[in-house]
Write a protein that binds this ligand. Structure first.
Ligand SMILES: [Zn+2]
Length: 163
């Protein structure tokens, strides 16, 4: 599996301590299609903070398979502290979530702006302090437990909120 690079099209990617940067090629492609300095009209994205990739989660989360990424800071600011009060941060988060909906193989797109799975509104708690993106791909690592969970592949980020 490739690693998330330190940069996407002039946007610096930062990583919380302990993040396992491995992601599937589908995830890498979707990130490449979504993240760029001018991805959101009228805004400049300098850096994004990855709070979790292939770490910190258990099945049935798609993080376990390298199929999901959480981002909790934009331009050095925590989404949880700035989304409501900072118009620029809100615009960037809103714009990135909208753009991810058009990315190849996009699956889950949970955040402060929208919560969608495969393009449909999806009822899931949390995700006010970060956005979670996942893609389609080999998730057989969780096949034993996925069907026992009502919410199936839902993100379960118990440990990432403070990152
Ligand atoms: Zn997540």
């Amino acid at each position: 599996m490739p690693n998330i690079p330190n940069q996407f099209s002039e946007v610096t990617m930062e990583f919380a301590p302990g993040v396992n940067k491995e992601v599937s090629q589908n995830m890498l492609t979707a990130l490449n299609e979504t993240i760029s300095k001018n991805a959101v009209a009228g805004q400049t994205i300098e850096k994004l903070w990855v709070s979790s990739a292939k770490d910190s989660h258990s099945c049935p989360s798609r993080h376990v398979s390298g199929l999901a990424v959480d981002i909790s800071r934009v331009n050095g600011k925590k989404i949880g502290e700035h989304y409501v009060s900072d118009a620029a941060i809100r615009a960037i988060v809103d714009g990135l979530q909208a753009k991810f909906e058009m990315a190849s193989n996009r699956r889950e797109n949970f955040g402060p702006t929208i919560k969608k799975k495969l393009g449909q509104n999806h009822d899931v708690s949390g995700h006010v302090d970060h956005f979670h993106w996942s893609v389609n791909g080999d998730h057989s690592a969780c096949s034993d437990v996925a069907e026992t969970y009502r919410l199936e592949e839902e993100d379960n980020p118990q440990t990432v909120s403070q990152r």
